[in-house]
Design a protein around this ligand. Structure first.
Ligand SMILES: NC(=O)c1ccc[n+]([C@@H]2O[C@H](COP(=O)([O-])OP(=O)(O)OC[C@H]3O[C@@H](n4cnc5c(N)ncnc54)[C@H](OP(=O)(O)O)[C@@H]3O)[C@@H](O)[C@H]2O)c1
Length: 170
């Protein structure tokens, strides 16, 4: 809340997740509930829906682990650097109020199974990736729109495999 006489304005700024609508995933449902509460309030707001963070890709790959391999959907995924999401949130925080929802994704889209193969190879992990269009993503079947940002979305400049190479060597 701004102090009396201050020129600061009160606004809500919330990171959220791309395409959470209708998902069975509890975290996504919570994000939808959060978005709805923010929109229903009288306070100006900006919601930034991001695709999956680079830092979360390892957990996604491991979520498909079974019987010594990894079973994953070939649905498209468009990972984004958490640093690029932070930069976009900072721009929103200091910019003119937007009272709306925006999206951000990374510069590249990959079929999830291919991304996992390259991710495991980068880490010298010999597990086989089995492609399965019915493989569930934390309980939900995916399509090519589930994990990507819309065409008008902001694109973070950082590339996943450059980031991964640095993260693996560190
Ligand atoms: N991960 C993704 O792929 C992804 C994709 C799209 C959007 N998002 C959104 O981006 C945001 C961050 O995601 P994340 O995956 O980085 O989450 P995270 O790993 O769980 O990190 C959340 C951070 O927020 C801090 N935090 C939580 N509650 C807090 C509170 N009440 N006061 C102060 N700090 C608090 C936590 O601190 P402690 O560690 O001390 O608990 C932690 O540092 C979330 O809103 C998420 O929905 C994430």
């Amino acid at each position: 809340m701004p102090r009396p006489g201050s020129t600061a304005r009160r606004a809500s700024l919330a990171p959220s997740i791309v395409s959470p609508v209708g998902s069975a995933i509890q975290h996504f449902r919570a994000k939808v509930a959060q978005e709805n509460l923010i929109k229903a309030s009288k306070i100006p707001y900006a919601i930034l829906r991001a695709t999956q963070f680079f830092e979360f890709i390892g957990s996604i790959v491991e979520s498909g682990a079974e019987d010594g391999g990894v079973r994953l959907s070939p649905a498209l995924i468009q990972p984004v650097a958490a640093d690029d999401v932070s930069a976009a949130l900072a721009d929103l925080a200091v910019g003119a109020p937007v009272n709306g929802t925006m999206e951000i994704g990374g510069p590249d889209r990959f079929p999830l199974d291919e991304l996992a193969r390259r991710y495991l190879a980068e880490r010298d992990d010999a597990r086989e990736v089995i492609v399965d269009i019915h493989a569930r993503y934390f309980g939900t079947e995916l399509n090519d729109h589930s994990l990507i940002a819309g065409d008008g979305a902001r694109r973070g400049p950082r590339r996943f495999f450059s980031w991964l190479g640095r993260a693996t060597r560190a």
